[in-house]
Design a protein around this ligand. Structure first.
Ligand code: F6P
Length: 547
């Protein structure tokens, strides 16, 4: 359907929103004691509570009717079956194939790509084993104890997030034995200015360091510049030929084998993935090598299994119970009908500190578009601005705006019900209780305002809390490789559903290309060439530097 905003269903939802605005969220709770039962959903170890949203059960039904009008079930089928859902690049988006269990097939152009996926997992496994067991040696013969991932965007954010989120998971090999990963230190560098890398190079031992160049395109200048700096550092500090040095200290992960080879990466140090895996959906491919190095291959596979369980749910559950679809439709309600343009991601768990940055890329690079699949400019809002922070830290930073500012903001609270085991100190276990209490208190006040107090009415205006900031709480039983996989796959599918409603392609990112071109042109001008053809601001800034 082209002009979804002209459809009768869209108009019906607009009218519903006008009514709904009259009724604050706290009233919805007082009128319906069954809100939690009616508006919270489970998928395995994941509970998603929409009851602090500014809608009622029948609004969800209307939103589902909108999704049906947009042929969502058909789009879901096409996604999984490898149709060219990324039509501007003539590609399918088959990240779901990366997490299929061994033995399950996925056919693309007459080929069962699951076989390639399993072979790749085996190659990853072999490399991880060689590094964990100390068989992989640097060019001086010393075993590797440090691995640095050089990548950016999708080739950095997912593995970085997973390594931090799951660092407490003891790494085991496939037979359940503890892997010898304790000796492997992992680091991530992404910034183009080299500052992260420069800091690391001051402290790392070149003879024991392995770099993983992670880049789908193998042309991203940020990554290639960091890789060149790393190679030069090794050249200056190692007493071996450049060929030996690259062979012993670099692995590369890319969809471009010829480019890896041209850089000097020998075939046996290359891990491949495929064009049908989008960069920001690539954590599940060999781009996740550092996750496997940090946590062990078995945990990596468990993460894939968690994501696969969400894929199965997304593919099969009716829309009325389909968590990614409901999450997406809740967003559509907030963005398109309640006119909310900001979305705060608030993990109440320090281990998920990188989740906001990960979702910023996943959501804004996927759905930050204003042209639909037919090439027409849309007349409705698409992706909101996302940002976030560990919830309890954000309470001391930007929550003031959430509670009393003029911006309407929708919020996702993400929390694990269980954290420290019986071996942890009483103090730590108390800290988890504190964290939970804060998570629930904040979502409660944001949604219900100071109606949670008995005598709020008499407070002066500057002490009042109006509430009505819609909140979703996503609660994991505990944070494990499995639930982490479920959580991230849930967000991926949410983004897809929203793209279907908005009629846009979530799998390309043409909006980032022009900046790359213009920066390349400016390089010459920074080196002292003429700045005549530039705007006055850019020319003035460059002249100030060149003087
Ligand atoms: O993996 P690559 O090709 O280096 O790309 C890194 C990132 O750059 C982008 O292409 C944007 O410039 C992202 O989509 C991608 O995740």
């Amino acid at each position: 359907m082209n002009n979804i905003s002209e459809s009768s269903q869209w108009q019906a939802l607009k009218a519903l929103a006008d009514q709904q605005r009259q009724q604050p969220i706290h009233q919805l709770f007082s009128e319906n004691p069954k809100r939690f039962e009616q508006l919270s959903f489970r998928q395995g170890e994941l509970l998603v509570d929409f009851s602090k949203q500014h809608f009622q059960r029948d609004t969800l039904e209307q939103l589902i009717a909108l999704a049906e009008q947009c042929e969502l079930p058909n789009w879901i089928r096409q996604l999984f079956e490898g149709a060219e859902v990324n039509h501007t690049e003539n590609r399918p988006a088959l990240h779901t194939a990366l997490r299929l269990p061994e033995g399950k097939e996925c056919w693309l152009e007459g080929k069962n790509i699951s076989i390639d996926v399993q072979q790749n997992l085996q190659r990853m496994d072999d490399l991880v084993h060689m590094i964990h067991s100390g068989q992989w040696r640097g060019c001086s013969g010393e075993a590797i104890d440090t691995v640095v991932n050089i990548g950016v965007g999708g080739s950095d954010l997912g593995p970085l997030m997973a390594c931090n989120a799951l660092a407490e998971t003891p790494a085991r090999d496939d037979s359940g034995r503890l892997a010898q990963q304790a000796a492997i230190d992992v680091h991530f560098v992404s910034s183009m200015d080299g500052s992260q890398l420069a800091d690391l190079l001051k402290v790392l031992n070149p003879m024991r360091t392995l770099f993983v160049i992670a880049s789908k395109s193998f042309t991203t200048i940020d990554t290639m510049a960091n890789a060149a700096t790393a190679k030069e550092w090794l050249n200056q500090n190692a007493n071996c030929s450049e060929t030996a040095l690259v062979a012993r200290h670099f692995i590369a992960v890319s969809s471009k084998p010829e480019k890896m080879l041209a850089w000097g990466i020998p075939k046996q140090n290359q891990l491949e993935f495929w064009e049908w895996t989008g960069g920001r959906y690539s954590m599940w491919s060999a781009i996740g090598l550092l996750i496997a190095l940090k946590l062990g291959m078995s945990a990596f596979k468990t993460m894939l299994a968690g994501a696969h369980s969400m894929d199965e749910h997304f593919r099969q559950a009716p829309l009325e119970e389909n968590i990614p679809a409901l999450l997406a439709l809740t967003g559509i309600w907030n963005i398109n009908f309640l006119n909310i343009g900001a979305h705060a991601i608030l993990p109440y768990d320090g281990r998920l500190k990188n989740l906001p940055a990960y979702l910023e890329q996943l959501e804004m690079e996927s759905n930050g578009k204003s042209v639909n699949r037919q090439g027409e400019t849309v007349d409705y809002n698409t992706c909101p601005i996302l940002w976030g922070e560990i919830g309890t830290n954000a309470q001391h930073a930007f929550y003031q705006l959430l509670h009393q500012g003029t911006e309407a903001v929708m919020c996702d609270f993400i929390v694990a019900a269980k954290r420290y085991g019986p071996d942890a100190s009483q103090e730590l276990r108390h800290q988890h209780q504190l964290n939970l209490a804060n998570c629930f208190a904040q979502s409660r006040i944001l949604a219900l305002g100071d109606s949670v107090l008995e005598d709020a009415q008499s407070a002066p205006a500057h002490k009042r809390y109006q509430g009505n900031q819609p909140c979703t709480t996503i609660m994991l039983n505990e944070l494990s490789p499995f639930t982490f996989g479920q959580l991230i796959a849930m967000y991926e599918h949410k983004v897809f559903v929203q793209s279907v409603i908005w009629g846009i392609n979530p799998f390309d990112q043409w909006g980032v290309e022009l900046g790359k071109q213009v920066a390349t042109n400016l390089l010459g001008q920074l080196d002292g060439h003429e700045t005549d053809n530039l705007d006055a601001s850019t020319a003035g800034l460059i002249q100030a530097i060149n003087q």
